[in-house]
Design a protein around this ligand. Structure first.
Ligand code: SF4
Length: 231
């Protein structure tokens, strides 16, 4: 893709900022977050409602502009998030291709909501350090009916499959799924900050001997006020 094309492809942007990654395999590392606008789901516990309608994007930016802005950060890990970044289809593929070609980035993880088939994105940009963190929606999210278990098969060892657990029903559904489906990705169980005490979830994981499951605490909500934006 030549530079003029990267100038022409534009994406709706919410924010770009640098912080400490609070979740998943890269938790604790300084990371640049690129948050695109738009999501086709409406989860009950969503903590980024400013990333989809009726809110509006902060700006519409070219891929080249995004790449230029990213040069000012020293972090070498990047989280592409939303909203749901993959709803932008081929435009996101071009952004990922441009990021994958830059040796500055050690890890680029794409947060996706489980309602998009990631296989075409993996085929289009197969570099191993472009990873997917799929957030599988359980009943407590209100969007469980949008999940397609076939999408889980595309996940690789370097990817992550996150279950955000609001209550006992969510926990049981997640356990049933990981017993039923062969999953290569690292499985994460993450408590909903407001309704599921981390201690309760930790004790259930131990009692049920889920030795391949990793407890995922949202570290940024411990470091900064839980509702603070841009951290
Ligand atoms: S998929 Fe993510 S951004 Fe979309 S509503 Fe659910 S939590 Fe919010």
């Amino acid at each position: 893709m030549n530079p003029s094309s990267l100038e022409q492809i534009r994406l709706p942007m919410v924010e770009i900022y640098e912080t400490i990654e609070g979740e998943g395999q890269m938790a604790g590392f300084p990371t640049v977050f690129v948050r695109l606008f738009g999501c086709q789901l409406r989860c009950t516990w969503c903590d980024t409602p400013y990333s989809y309608a009726p809110a509006e994007p902060e700006e519409i930016v070219s891929i080249q502009d995004v790449l230029n802005r990213l040069e000012s950060y020293s972090s070498r890990r990047l989280c592409l998030t939303g909203g749901e970044p993959l709803i932008h289809g081929d435009r996101v593929v071009e952004l990922l291709r441009a990021l994958a070609a830059n040796p500055k980035w050690l890890d680029i993880h794409v947060e996706t909501n489980g309602a998009v088939d990631v296989s075409s994105f993996i085929n289009a940009v197969p570099e191993k350090h472009i990873r997917y963190v799929m957030d599988y929606k359980l009943p407590g999210s209100g969007e469980y009916d949008k999940m397609n278990d076939d999408f889980l098969h595309a996940l690789r060892e370097q990817d992550e499959l996150k279950f955000v657990i609001a209550d006992e029903t969510d926990y049981l559904v997640a356990c049933s799924l990981i017993r039923k489906v062969s999953i290569k990705a690292q499985v994460l169980f993450s408590p909903v900050f407001e309704s599921m005490p981390a201690k309760s979830l930790a004790e259930r994981i131990l009692a049920d001997k889920l030795d391949h499951v990793k407890l995922n605490i949202q570290m940024h909500k411990l470091i900064w006020p839980p509702a603070q934006r841009g951290v």
